[in-house]
Design a protein around this ligand. Structure first.
Ligand code: URP
Ligand code: ZN
Ligand code: ZN
Ligand code: ZN
Length: 471
């Protein structure tokens, strides 16, 4: 029944994968129709000999075009951010639609759709960020949006513009339980950070390096434990995102060992960077390039994170891509020079996420390639209601594929990047293993760093309820 002209077999050895693509009827287009030992008679073949054929990456924690309330502008929008994603082997991103304080949710979601519409090079969905848990938001808007495919949302335990107090967290958790949304928690304690920040500032310790000192692991551990306690009280699963080291990780493991549905996410910065990077050159402002929250820790923390990755404490490895320019419009603004607290938090990473995990993980024998696929793709799909559409190579799944060269040696550098940010925090990192072709719904969209796709190739994904969000 398939029009042979619409098939692409990706040949690895004699067999391969057949996908439908352009020209196929819309409802069937872009899917995998067969994975077979022998494939014959197709119009086009992609030679994948010597390469690994893996599910396209899914990055479930990305910030694009998010306003920063008086701070510098985020450097990637949906066009440049998703262009970077496909260049790095990622075919689906889940950015955030952030509710400014006092605003309704539905209008915010519409604004982000307008931002993204026609611009994305890869598929995308939205998590919501809840900053205003009013009765109407929790009673009506949120449940309705969950029903419309926005099935996860994030809450913050720090940041002036976003922090929720304990009472609000409990209300939101209870709401999530009712509508089976998956809650993502940014676990860092607001008051402790503020106390530490003011103490450092009084002592004249204002360089970017002190960003890390102002929010040590204790602050993250305390908030993680508090979030877990609230989750237990309200009987709801939670996902603690961007875990930086052993302390918070042990809280998650503790909860998991007690049978709680507490999940964990970690990120490239916690295996590839340390607090020392924030020292820059002699404690100057160049350290701002590594300022993110939670901050990178030390080498012992990196080892702890690897243990968590292999032991199953963490389900997902996401970028937390949150790019700001390393210039006066970003990390080095005049205000940022007065205190680390004005250095915008966040670093780019959507393009380098998979290469960093492969290079430091698989190529160095710390994790296997099946774990790599789970951590960069499959688990994200399962966790966030995209399975069985995304996250695997099998008939019926979207034909989102990355051809990966496990032998390719590359040095990560800004000149290779495809986003709008002016630096990569992984400059100079030598890795083995690199994406050589990214295929989105059957269409090659990037080959050897050359973008073949177009804005609008990516579509909005209405997500299902997360099976992990249900008790
Ligand atoms: O520093 C970071 N990670 N900024 C992004 C916002 C967040 O908390 O994920
Ligand atoms: Zn609800
Ligand atoms: Zn966060
Ligand atoms: Zn984030």
């Amino acid at each position: 029944p398939h029009d042979v002209a619409a098939l692409i077999p990706i040949i690895a050895g004699a067999g391969g994968i057949v996908t439908t693509w352009e020209g196929a009827p819309a409802e069937r287009g872009g899917r995998i129709v067969a994975v077979a030992e022998r494939i014959e008679g197709a119009a086009r073949e992609i030679d994948a000999s010597g390469l690994l054929v893996m599910p396209g990456g899914i990055d479930s924690h990305v910030h694009l075009a998010q306003p920063t309330f008086g701070g510098p502008k985020m450097s990637d929008d949906f066009l440049t951010g998703t262009r970077a994603a496909i260049a790095g082997g990622t075919t689906t991103v889940l950015p955030f639609a952030m509710q400014p304080r006092g605003a309704g949710l539905r209008a915010v979601v519409q604004e982000y759709h307008q931002e993204a519409d026609g611009k994305a090079y890869c598929d995308y969905g939205f998590h919501l960020i809840i900053t205003n848990p009013s009765p109407s938001v929790l009673g009506q808007e949120l449940p309705a949006l969950v029903g419309d495919g926005y099935t996860s949302f994030k809450v913050f335990m720090t940041y002036d513009d976003m922090v929720l107090n304990d009472r609000e967290l409990l209300e939101v958790f209870e709401c999530a339980r009712g509508c089976r949304a998956l809650v993502m928690v940014h676990a860092e304690g607001y008051d402790a950070i503020k106390f530490m920040t003011e103490r450092l500032e009084r002592a004249g310790k204002t360089a970017p390096y002190y960003h890390g000192v102002s929010r040590p692991e204790i602050v993250e551990r305390e908030a993680a434990h508090r979030a877990i306690s609230h989750a237990e009280l309200t009987d709801v699963p939670i996902m603690i995102v961007h875990v930086s080291g052993r302390e918070a990780m042990e809280q998650i493991r503790w909860a998991q060992n007690r049978g709680m549905k507490v999940y964990g996410e970690t990120c490239p910065q916690y295996i590839a960077l340390t607090a020392d990077d924030m020292k820059g050159l002699n404690m100057d402002e160049s350290g701002g390039k590594y300022v993110c929250s939670p901050p990178p820790r030390d080498h012992a923390s990196q080892e702890a994170i690897w243990q968590g990755l292999t032991a199953g404490v963490f389900q997902t490895f996401s970028s937390d891509h949150c790019p700001f320019m390393d210039g006066v419009d970003g990390k080095r603004s005049p205000k940022a020079k007065t205190s680390f607290k004005w250095v915008p938090n966040g670093i780019p990473g959507v393009e380098t996420r998979m290469a960093v995990l492969w290079g430091l993980g698989v190529a160095q024998g710390r994790i296997g390639m099946n774990e790599f696929v789970a951590l960069t793709s499959t688990n994200h799909a399962k966790m966030y209601g995209l399975y069985p559409k995304k996250g695997s190579i099998a008939p019926g799944f979207d034909a989102d594929i990355v051809l990966w060269d496990p032998a390719r040696k590359e040095t990560i550098r800004q000149a290779l990047m495809h986003g709008a940010c002016d630096y990569t925090p992984y400059e100079g990192l030598a890795v083995t293993g690199w994406p050589v072709m990214t295929i989105l719904k059957g269409k090659p969209v990037c080959e050897e760093g050359r973008i073949l796709g177009a804005p609008g190739d990516g579509a909005f994904l209405k997500r299902g309820i997360s099976p992990y969000a249900s008790k």
